[in-house]
Design a protein around this ligand. Structure first.
Ligand code: FES
Length: 422
């Protein structure tokens, strides 16, 4: 049973940052607009860190595949499920003259045929067929398969590592996060509503916006402002924050007295009748019990809770609230351009009412994300103007402080082990 919030919860004691050992000083803005720093991120962060590329439910059956582009690294990645059920990852590059073999974003195929001259590969990456093979000078097919990429899974998440031989294992990279999140019962992972947008802002500006709730009363007054703040907590201070190696978990306040107003007639009907997990939710509270009972979900176990955000360094957030979980990913396209992908996981609707509830949820989510995206481009313009060298971060923005601290350390660290030694 969740407890009410203590009055002292929102005292200004700067506890999160002070306990973390991080600095409390101003933070440089240069990494958010410098082309030189972006190049360092490419080589030192995205080509060395383990990166979440998807979930196992994206390729559930033998023969399933997905292609994902890690644009900052200039790499197209093909992830497959082999006949034996194994997950493999490859560079999507033909061994003949280098053309990208697979163009589809996802699908099912037991073999891949390069469109240029029809070289054919099995979905375990091995080279199967070379048209007019006799005209070549002894092609050793066993050495001309697709180039493998290191791949590993954890709790249903598929990670890749673009180092030829990763310097650290996925377990070492995850550090304390691996045990911390073990056993979270992610709800409806095989049914995602996907939102994808290219935003004119650095990937860290986009990521940072989803790591704090300080902005919510200001940026989202008409949509979610009143659900994340109240007279008791007008600035939406955090309930909890933990740093877990390179990664971080913040738990956000939710106004326990929030009620939909008279004017929200349709929302009221849908939420009440379906027993939703929260006013912004696509799933029924009844379906969420196992998920919600995990110790790290709503870690303070308070009734005044809205959502948690777990930052898996560098570019993925796992989020959850009373109504289920969702993912944000931030793929850098250029120093000032990012592909933002959000996946909201929800039950397949069984009734018209449930469908209505989900449609309302999706509409609300799109509204909120649009509010965020507009602000990000405004922030990028301000940052790129160069008038300010530093930003000021308060205690409830600790996950941003952690993230930028990580990026700067990785950008200059000679080895991954050195980068991980935070
Ligand atoms: Fe792929 Fe020629 S480049 S078959």
């Amino acid at each position: 049973m969740n407890s009410p919030i203590e009055n002292s919860t929102f005292d200004i004691d700067h506890r999160f940052t002070r306990q973390s050992g991080l600095s409390t000083g101003p933070v440089p803005l240069e990494p958010y607009h410098s082309e030189e720093f972006y190049q360092a991120e490419k080589e030192q962060v995205f080509k060395r860190a383990w990166l979440v590329i998807g979930r196992v439910e994206d390729i559930p059956e033998p023969g399933d595949f997905m292609r994902r582009d890690v644009t900052i690294a200039g790499v197209s990645v093909l992830v497959t499920r082999t006949k034996g059920g194994e997950i493999r990852a490859f560079h999507n590059t033909c061994s003949h003259r280098g053309t990208e073999v697979v163009m589809a974003r996802e699908g099912k195929a037991s073999r891949f045929v390069c469109p240029y001259h029809n070289w054919t590969y099995r979905n375990d990456g091995s080279l199967m067929g070379v048209p007019d093979e006799k005209a070549f000078f002894g092609v050793d097919k066993s050495k001309c398969g697709l180039e493998p990429i290191a791949v590993a899974t954890w709790e249903g998440y598929i990670f890749i590592n673009l180092q030829k031989v990763p310097e650290v294992t996925l377990e070492e990279f995850l550090g304390p996060l691996a045990d911390y999140l073990a056993g979270v019962a992610y709800t409806f992972p095989d049914n995602a509503f996907v939102v994808r947008a290219d935003v004119g802002a650095n990937w860290k500006i986009v990521s940072d916006a989803f790591l704090e709730s300080y902005h919510i009363p200001a940026i989202h007054p008409e949509t979610i402002g009143a659900t994340f703040s109240s007279n008791e907590n007008p600035f939406a201070r955090l309930l909890d924050a933990k740093l877990l190696g390179q990664h971080a978990h913040v738990s956000m306040y939710g106004n326990p007295n929030f009620e939909l107003q008279e004017k929200h007639k349709i929302d009221r009907v849908a939420q009440k009748l379906e027993g939703a997990g929260s006013v912004i939710s696509a799933n029924k509270l009844d379906d969420m019990q196992q998920f919600l009972s995990h110790p790290v979900v709503n870690p303070t176990k308070t009734s005044g809770w809205s959502m948690d955000s777990v930052h898996i360094f560098p570019h993925t957030h796992i989020n959850w609230g009373p109504g289920g979980f969702w993912l944000h990913q931030f793929w850098p396209l250029a120093v000032d351009k990012t592909r933002h992908e959000a996946r909201f996981f929800m039950a397949k609707p069984m009734t018209m009412r449930q469908r209505l509830q989900q449609e309302l949820y999706v509409a609300r989510v799109l509204e909120v994300i649009a509010e965020d995206l507009c602000n990000m481009e405004r922030t990028q313009r301000g940052v790129s103007a160069g008038a300010k060298q530093f930003m000021q971060l308060q205690d409830n923005e600790i996950a941003i402080r952690r993230s930028i601290d990580n990026v700067m350390r990785w950008a200059s660290a000679g080895t991954v082990k050195e980068a991980l030694a935070a």
